[in-house]
Design a protein around this ligand. Sequence first.
Ligand code: ADP
Length: 377
Amino acid sequence: MASLKLSHIYKVYDNGHKAVNDFSMEIADREFIVFVGPSGCGKSTTLRMIAGLESITAGELYIGDTLVNDMEPKDRDIAMVFQSYALYPHMTVYENMAFGLRNRRMAEGEIKERVMKAAKMLDIEEYLDRKPKEMSGGQRQRVALGRALVRDPKVFLLDEPLSNLDAKLRAAMRTEITALHKSLKTTFIYVTHDQVEAMTMGTRIVVMKNGFVQQIDSPMNLYNHPKNRFVAGFIGTPQMNFFPVTLGREGDKLKVSFEHGESLVLSCEALTRIPEAYLRGEKPVIFGIRPEHLSLGTEGEGLKIRVTTVEYLGNETIVYGKPGDAPEALTVKEQTGDLVVKLIDRTDVSPGDVLYARPNPEKLHFFDGETEDSLLA
Ligand code: ADP
């Protein structure tokens, strides 16, 4: 059991690359923290600094109350699980799991007890005599988890542990790892580029971009109250729709004017929170609305779109449309930058249709056109 504190942590690699900048957060004991962001944003570097596999350029890292910046990895009482499994091919599953404990000169009786307990938890008891190559990817990842588990660490660090598995197995293992976290009552830090993994597993999520933390929050707050356009676009599929707009007041309503000439007049609570300069149209604004927060309305209620593509997924229908009424919208090139609408229970939409996409006024997002920070945060 352990809490962690990262205080103004920086990582500059020898080649001068600034991989992590001013990373600060406190992690409480038993939290499940997920670092998420596109490839190269500094997630693994941060995790590896916590593990002690990478030196910390500046800042302080505490595990519990102990400053561990200069502590050897083996003394940090953490265990790390990698994407590549990193199993020894010539050893059996049992030997792989026992290896680290034998290195620590633990008594064989105790080792056996720990390995059997972990094998039971992970449902791999019947494979203990097999070599890794005789097992499936999912089973190998369980062994890698088991090898971490037997060490009974204070903190589990997991670096994209499921990326080598197919979609179905990945979903199953997500559930298993979440259950494991609950039963172990230990702190987990998990790295992934997959926002669905982050949203389903994390108690709190750290969204990173280009070496900078963008937002640290619960999954629901990230979804409902993204602090900037990047977080808004990264969390949720299909992605949030964004449009450059100009804002204004019309009586007690908000007028949103789009570049292609249309405007919507909306009665919304956001009006009371948007700073005046934006409402006077003096500053550029990006309007954001999630596909699931658009529904079909009648003329005047929503943005007019001409449908370009429809995806019928059974439980929902994803409609791509070009705002405005231009018939050339039907060319493939025009389909990028479309408005995306997610509809439940509608299968009667076809390419070429003209629809009115009505935003839910409770679910609007507005960002500064230059800084891209939310105007509602
Ligand atoms: P992520 O895990 O988010 O994909 P990383 O933490 O692995 O990203 O890498 C962050 C950035 O640091 C990337 O631009 C990467 O190319 C760079 N980087 C990683 N390791 C090294 C290294 N040993 N030397 C120099 N640059 C590195």
